[in-house]
Design a protein around this ligand. Structure first.
Ligand SMILES: [Zn+2]
Length: 113
């Protein structure tokens, strides 16, 4: 379950930012996750609750924002939206796609005290 490792990574970022941004508690975290990151939101919430226990982020809400995945289609020579990694191009039906975004996982916003 790689969600546990991701949750630990998120907590690490929150703790590092706490010293630069001077906050003591994290109330809510907005996370942007691309559809190709292969993250199960329920599993990530559960993992985050576990790793945040006893830290500055204990009991913080995790708000997961799904973003869009995009790929560059060679035959169409343009950027198209895809739902999954091996989807065909929605315009020409071809498979000569290079994924350009959709794998990201980043902290978009924080609510802190
Ligand atoms: Zn195409």
């Amino acid at each position: 379950m790689h969600e546990m490792a991701l949750a630990e990574g998120i907590l690490q970022v929150l703790e590092e930012r706490a010293s630069t941004d001077a906050y003591a508690r994290v109330r809510k975290v907005w996370l942007e996750i691309g559809p190709l990151a292969c993250v199960e939101p329920q599993a990530l919430r559960f993992s985050f609750d576990v790793v945040a226990s006893g830290t500055l982020a204990e009991g913080a809400d995790l708000e997961i924002v799904q973003t869009e995945a995009r790929a560059w289609c060679l035959p169409c020579a343009q950027s198209v939206a895809i739902a999954q990694r091996f989807d065909a191009c929605p315009r020409c039906g071809g498979h000569q796609l290079q994924v350009t975004s959709g794998e990201q996982l980043r902290i978009k916003e924080l609510e802190v005290d």
